[in-house]
Design a protein around this ligand. Structure first.
Ligand SMILES: [Zn+2]
Length: 580
């Protein structure tokens, strides 16, 4: 168990009436409830009971779950009584891997991911041009890989729209960047510039002349980005603040942020601290500390940041590592070569023994790890490294999560439960969307069919969780948890009932989908004693949904309105009228 985490969550002080220890300033000494929800369909995500019709909230905690009649003694003169009239009440949804800083800053700009044809993209680029007057650098994100050849979009297309402006456009997956000629020029990057790491971070080039085509893979783009873009902490804060309201309206009450930086990690936690102090942090944020390469010890830096920046609702939580990149950029590390680049399997982003050292160091410090691994080679290498670290330290309970894990090899599926590794997936990627054939041409259609085997993982005992990875995506970028619940059940895009179902054998029951964004996500975050289900003594992180997800067609789940969201007993979203 992560003792720092438990301490900061005040684990154990679950008696009703005790003063809250997570920053609530309410007076909880009265025995009466602040809110009574009744006549609802309360889905507890617990077995005892699974369904109830009434819940009370006292201060920051759930004080009663059961039949309405049992709650009478908790109703006082100031208790707000809410008749749910058959509506659904469930635990607040937890995203197990997302990027709230990068996401909210890109949400302020034109979203190129909505342009799913070249015509639409041309329109979006013109709109982007019109939106950005002056001569500074233009930034947006979301271009779809399937619109371009395997070596990516060309600088000339941007030059035609933006003329002599420097332009920096991130791909929808976040692992490639498209630049205009002027952007290369200002940064002093040209055909003579060496790739930072061959096969890992590189520029797409003309095969004969070495001329830059326009696309940089992975960190190769950082040289140019750093020369051109400078979002400061206040831009991140002013982007995050309004998005927190959107998150609450979507039913999110907690997230794991897999890349907390704004623009530095310290800035990210400082920003969260300020928002909390201003009473605006309506979301629990479990953050990351990333590996900076060479002799960096991210676990030690995490403990340092944790001691300086742990709030009531946020803390640096896990060390984030990258095992590889993404198939769209040919940077996912595969067990067999890419079909269109038969000389290459992709490269791991970190040496296997170094990864094992870093995980070992984290386990020794009781610090969880969270590792991006997409290719079957990267996933196997990561499982091997975790196995080494488990055996070296004897620590079998410190959290270890593999994120995304698109192409897990069948032979590795049982190892998740054997090694106590959480399987984390962005399940809205498991649709037969336009990325399917595009990526399939690189990695093979069999791999595409077998990808995201979430049901097999659950059946093999893995703790399977879901998170949007917003704003990154294989195709469909979203932060909304109901989109993910629907995708887990349908393996189609939200509402796209006509779409072919991608590997229907791996579709989940709704209860498993919900568990992956409630109790199992809470387990990934070592917070299941406090959040993730509705039980007396747990934190009151709750959402009210207009319709019961279990009683509607699966294709309508994404459309269900969240009428109310409570985080830590506070109403952080209320869509009125509707509840009274
Ligand atoms: Zn991510």
């Amino acid at each position: 168990m992560n003792s720092l985490l438990k301490r900061s969550l005040c684990f154990g002080s679950v008696l009703i009436g005790l003063t809250a220890c997570m920053g609530s300033d309410r007076d909880n000494s009265a025995a009466f409830a602040d809110i009574l929800f009744h006549s609802g369909r309360v889905y507890t995500v617990s077995s005892d009971p699974t369904w109830a019709d009434a819940v009370t909230v006292t201060g920051d905690r759930i004080s009663y779950v059961g039949a309405r009649t049992g709650a009478e003694s908790l109703i006082g003169p100031d208790t707000r009584i809410i008749d749910l009239d058959g509506k659904m009440l469930m635990p607040g949804l937890i995203d197990s891997h997302t990027h709230i800083f990068a996401g909210s800053i890109s949400a302020q700009r034109i979203n190129l991911s909505l342009a799913d044809t070249l015509d639409k993209l041309a329109e979006a680029l013109l709109a982007l041009h019109d939106q950005n007057s002056g001569d500074g650098a233009v930034y947006a994100r979301g271009w779809q890989n399937h619109l371009f050849p395997p070596d990516g979009p060309r600088k000339e297309m941007l030059d035609a729209v933006f003329g002599d402006r420097p332009v920096v456009l991130d791909s929808v997956d976040g692992h490639s960047t498209w630049f205009s000629s002027r952007a290369f020029e200002i940064a002093g990057v040209d055909a003579g510039t060496a790739d930072p790491e061959a096969g890992i971070s590189f520029f797409e080039r003309d095969k004969t002349t070495g001329e830059l085509l326009g696309t940089a893979r992975e960190r190769a783009g950082d040289i140019i980005r750093n020369a051109l873009l400078s979002f400061d902490r206040s831009s991140y804060k002013s982007a995050l603040e309004p998005w927190l309201l959107d998150a609450a309206a979507a039913g999110l009450t907690a997230v794991y942020d897999a890349g907390a930086s704004a623009p530095t990690e310290q800035d990210a936690y400082q920003t969260l601290a300020e928002l909390e102090q201003e009473g605006k942090l309506s979301l629990r944020v479990f953050g990351s500390v990333g590996y900076r390469f060479d002799d960096d010890d991210p676990a030690a830096r995490l403990l340092d940041l944790q001691s300086r920046f742990t709030g009531a609702y946020f803390r640096p939580y896990a060390v984030k590592l990258y095992a590889d990149g993404v198939p769209e950029a040919h940077t996912a590390y595969l067990l067999t070569p890419y079909l269109d680049r038969p000389e290459s399997t992709g490269e791991p982003m970190i040496a296997a023994d170094r990864m094992a050292e870093l995980i070992t160091s984290a386990f020794e410090k009781d610090v969880p790890v969270h590792i991006h691994a997409i290719g079957d080679g990267a996933i196997r290498m990561t499982l091997d490294a975790i196995e080494v670290a488990r055996n070296t330290t004897g620590e079998h309970d410190v959290g270890a999560t593999i994120a995304h894990m698109d192409f897990v090899h069948a032979a590795d599926i049982p190892r998740f439960s054997e090694l106590g590794v959480v399987a984390q997936t962005s399940i809205q990627w498991a649709a037969q969307d336009p990325s399917y054939d595009n990526i399939g041409a690189f990695v093979g259609m069999q791999r595409m069919h077998d990808a995201y085997p979430v049901k097999s993982l659950i059946e093999a005992g893995a703790l399977q969780t879901f998170g949007a990875d917003w704003p990154a995506a294989a195709y469909f970028s979203t932060y909304k948890p109901l989109d993910l619940l629907e995708a887990a059940v349908t393996r189609q895009l939200p509402g796209e009932i006509e779409m072919p179902v991608r590997n229907p054998d791996e579709r989940l029951e709704l209860s498993d989908a919900i568990a992956g964004m409630t109790i199992r996500a809470a387990m990934q975050l070592d917070a299941d004693g406090e959040i993730g289900s509705i039980a007396v003594g747990k934190k009151a992180d709750l959402i009210v949904l207009e319709r019961n997800l279990f009683e509607i067609p699966a294709h309508e789940i994404h459309d269900v309105r969240v009428l109310m969201t409570l985080m830590d007993g506070r109403i952080v979203h209320e869509a009125g009228p509707g509840l009274h």
